[in-house]
Design a protein around this ligand. Sequence first.
Ligand SMILES: [Zn+2]
Length: 287
Amino acid sequence: MSEETTVRPLVDWHSHVWLPEHLGPEWGPELDSHYTHVPSHHGTPAEHRAAMDRSGVTHSVVLALRSRHLSLDVPNEFVAEYVATDPGRLVGIASVDPNDADAPARLRYAVGDLGLRGVKLAPPYQDFHPHSDEAYAVYRAADECGAVLIFHQGAVSHRRGVLDHAQPVLLDRVARDFPELRIIVAHMGQPWPHEVVPLLRKHPNMYADLSARCTRPYQLKGILLAALDYGVQHKLLFGSDFPTFDPGEHARALLSVNEGADGREVPADVLDAIVHSRPLSLLGLGA
Ligand SMILES: [Zn+2]
């Protein structure tokens, strides 16, 4: 009798596919300079599928991304085409830029015609304020067509990213005005996860993913403990942010968070340098 193996579900709530030409003149080089372990061209559908298979990912949420501000566009059609190759495992999320006058219409098309299930918005990448009229037009369209909203509501490393629009607490008003909308705060709103915790607590339809947090074990452990403190741990979602991070490695890092961060010490030379090696000349204020 053959032994039956049970496959445990593993949903990657945050992943990307793209081709180099989608990333534009700024963002591709930006990714390459920050994530030297993985070149930005490493994000094709074939590579995404291979990463899922070797990592035991049973379902993957795949995001488009469009930003006029940074001249990048991972098209909704491209994501939809990939999702259509394996609709049982893949869930596609569109991206529209609220700065486009036709953004609400693009979203309705992406959901109604392309079969995508939600929309990714990224105020610091797209340079829009989450409370602007343009953004509210997109939220209304999402509400009407039942789309999930995924917000990159957190910092970005890109020099021209707009952190004025980035803080997670700005989503409180959005969730109050659209109580039925399902909202996912990507990357747990890094580096402001403590703003996300009270949002998760007060808004029944708000969730947060832990994508790209697993390489920062101390922060990750702080997030998990804060979520436990407030009783919102059931609203945390696993995510990898593939291709920047591998889903299997990310899952292993999450499962071993207690080993990674426990007892971690700040190196003595770092402490010493903070106390003794910050001369006024650092900011041009003296010797
Ligand atoms: Zn991402």
